[in-house]
Design a protein around this ligand. Structure first.
Ligand SMILES: [Zn+2]
Ligand SMILES: [Zn+2]
Length: 175
């Protein structure tokens, strides 16, 4: 993977902007985690990095688009990104320590921000938890597996569990 490592100590005091648009930054982890995710519009992260006393501030935006499986029917669900982020990265106290929510690693005692990891994390954060092919996706029939967006199946006409019929009839009589 192309490593976009930013040396925190070498950042200008006013900060610096980085643009990441090598698709491999996202394609590598997509493959590694065997994610069903296809890039349909090139992903791009702009990140402005400014050093602070104990870390750095990363501000930027992620744009692009992907297609993932719909949460209800598994057909293509398009997801477009236009998200802004603003986060703080802390420098671990010692080169041996690795902070869980920090993407700063040491290279010969120099703290380096791994922007590739930030770019991947931002994609994951921007991903909707419940992607849908369309807002009113009807999903799959739990009985026969038919895609109900395409056609209604026979199951929906079924009266349900025959053992429960007596209760349904009693309920109907009371009305
Ligand atoms: Zn769907
Ligand atoms: Zn069905």
């Amino acid at each position: 993977m192309s490593k976009n490592l930013v040396s925190i100590n070498d950042l200008p005091p006013a900060g610096k902007e980085f643009v990441l648009d090598d698709q491999q930054i996202w394609l590598d982890p997509i493959r590694e985690f065997k994610m069903d995710c296809r890039i349909t519009e090139p992903l791009k992260m702009k990140a402005f990095v400014q050093a602070t006393d104990e870390g750095c501030v990363v501000r930027g935006e992620l744009t692009g688009a992907v297609v993932v499986p719909c949460n209800r029917c598994a057909e293509n669900a398009p997801v477009a990104f236009d998200s802004k982020f603003d986060e703080y990265e802390e420098i671990p106290a010692s080169p041996k320590q690795r902070l869980e929510d920090s993407h700063i690693v040491f290279d010969h005692n120099a703290p380096m921000l791994n922007l590739d990891e930030v770019a991947w994390e931002q994609l994951m954060l921007a991903m909707p938890p419940n992607p849908l092919c369309r807002d009113d996706c009807k999903g799959l029939c739990p009985d026969c597996g038919s895609n109900l967006n395409i056609a209604a199946c026979e199951c929906s006409k079924d009266e349900g569990d025959p053992r429960m019929r007596i209760f349904r009839e009693m309920a109907a009589e009371k009305k």
